[in-house]
Design a protein around this ligand. Structure first.
Ligand SMILES: Cc1cc2nc3c(=O)[nH]c(=O)nc-3n(C[C@H](O)[C@H](O)[C@H](O)COP(=O)(O)O)c2cc1C
Ligand SMILES: [Mn+2]
Length: 476
């Protein structure tokens, strides 16, 4: 059922006409990024650039999971599967992690560059947006690192740009698992941290790399869960790290304990260029292995909806739901619509009211606060139906009592949120609002306004009669 490689996945996209293979010569400098970006903004297809200026034999794939259709295909579902059903399927599969298996070799070893042969300029890293700090080799990637004490292998999607022929620079945030292990296990000993930058693996591997799984959790097990079968991994040439055997390109590197390098700016996931830091970690490349005619996966990140916002809607929505459940919130459903780029989240609850809204706020305040707007609705409002949520917000959120406003102190807010001032982003200060769109619990139930909808305002016998005779009326 699962696709082993991005190539098999692309064949499925061919069948459903969700990919266009571009034979015209396309420039790696801005043109490929602009085409990929415009495809997102016109609900267009994934694009495979087969003819890239200066790089014969190399290919770039943009937008592999840029729509829910493509996510459904990656999961082996009907492309037209409705969004709530995709979320349910995803959530259900994730409950059964499957450990990866180690194999002796794989397509990613078809070509091996070591020593003097190592040269990042052999690959068509695109200049994605005008004004980017450089050419990004890693955007839709998987960065593999390891905790030397516990054996925990982390997969995270972090961007990496080319610094020199044999060095990369990247911007893993201080709360990323990569930064955590680097800070705690390598920096104190002044040891370089081995990493592998994996490009062009099976799409579900990339998907889990974007997800916020717990500390000590191997994302690979969840890629197995989504695939319904284990991911095949193969050992790196210059470290003990294991990487997906069917990947297109694997850059084996070490993050240096004593170096920094220019990094960014970049068009960020909230849809604006908001980043402030202009330096990042420095990585020394040790080896590069790649398939014949390799496919470099990329994302021209920006305003939603794109691969990042769809992936985040799935992974963040599900992890927020689990977290709220752990804190005893009677949550029925959580949806972080892609258009809200995880800055806005909609939460359905079995029992609402101001106290519940405060409890929800406190769950979010307990950690770094990446979300800044939370909409809480009663369980009879479908969280996936943004029009219905807007209706609830318009008429059920009291303009004085229904809004909880809270400042988020320095060091805890999202440094990429566009509405924060430059100074706020710099010190990571911000805020969070909860919009309580539920009926106050203290209102006697018999005084609640009756919803004037077919389901709520008509007696059952009338509804049954109307439904039964629908066709007879000449209605479809
Ligand atoms: C396209 C894309 C690019 C990303 N780039 C970065 C990045 O450069 N740095 C970062 O800290 N997180 C980045 N993220 C978010 C991380 O992938 C996400 O937080 C993930 O949970 C990280 O894995 P971890 O939880 O194991 O640290 C990016 C996400 C996407 C979809
Ligand atoms: Mn992780």
């Amino acid at each position: 059922m699962a696709f082993d490689s991005v190539r098999e996945f692309m064949e499925a996209l061919d069948k459903s006409r969700d990919i266009v293979r571009i034979k015209e010569e396309v420039d790696w400098e801005l043109e490929a990024g602009a085409i990929n970006r415009r495809c997102y903004e016109t609900q267009g297809p994934a694009v495979l650039f087969e003819n890239i200026r200066d790089y014969p034999g190399h290919r770039i794939l943009g937008g592999s999971l840029g729509t829910y259709r493509r996510v459904a295909i990656a999961l082996g579902l009907d492309p037209d599967t409705p969004i709530p059903a995709i979320h349910q399927e995803y959530e259900q599969r994730e409950q059964h992690p499957i450990k990866p298996v180690v194999v002796d070799s794989g397509p990613c070893k078809e070509n091996v560059l070591m020593g003097e042969d190592v040269d990042l300029s052999l690959f068509p890293a695109p200049m994605i947006h005008d004004g980017d700090g450089g050419r990004y080799l890693g955007t839709w990637d998987i960065v593999v690192t390891n905790d030397p004490e516990t054996g925990w292998t982390n997969w995270g999607m972090y961007r990496f740009m080319i610094n020199t022929r044999r060095t990369l620079s990247g911007d893993p945030s201080p709360i990323s698992h990569l930064a955590l292990v680097f800070r705690e296990k390598y920096l104190p000993k002044k040891k370089p941290m081995p990493m592998a930058l994996v490009i062009g693996a099976d799409p579900l591997c990339h998907m889990v790399a974007t997800g916020g799984y717990g500390i000590d959790v191997d994302e690979a097990d969840f890629a197995g869960a989504l695939r319904g079968e284990p991911v095949e991994l193969v050992k790196c040439e210059t470290s003990d790290l294991l990487v997906p055997a069917h990947a297109e390109i694997v850059v084996e590197a070490e993050i240096l304990p004593d170096g920094i390098a220019p990094e960014g700016p970049f068009g960020e996931y909230p849809g604006y260029r908001t980043g402030i830091a202009r330096t990042g970690v420095l990585c020394q490349v040790k080896a590069i292995t790649y398939r014949n005619s390799p496919i470099l996966t990329m994302i021209s990140l920006g305003v939603p909806v794109d691969d990042a916002s769809v992936a985040a809607a799935l992974t963040a929505g599900i992890s927020m739901k689990r977290r709220l459940e752990r804190h005893g919130i009677p949550v029925t459903a959580v949806y972080a619509p892609p258009e809200g780029v995880t800055h806005l989240v909609i939460i359905g609850v079995r029992s609402g009211g101001t106290e519940m809204a405060r409890r929800i706020r406190d769950v979010f305040l307990a950690r770094r606060v990446m979300v800044n707007k939370i909409i809480v609705v009663d369980e009879d409002v479908d969280v996936y139906d943004v029009g219905k949520v807007l209706h609830a917000f318009a008429v059920k959120c009291h303009p004085v009592n229904g809004i909880i406003v809270e400042e988020v102190p320095a060091g805890k807010a999202n440094m990429l949120t566009p509405c924060y001032s430059y100074e706020e982003r710099k010190i990571m200060k911000g805020g969070i609002d909860v919009f309580d769109c539920t009926w106050p619990v203290e209102w006697p139930r018999e005084t609640l306004p009756i919803r004037s909808s077919f389901d709520c305002i008509y007696p059952k016998e009338i509804r049954d009669k109307v439904l039964q005779r629908w066709g007879q009326y000449g209605l479809k």
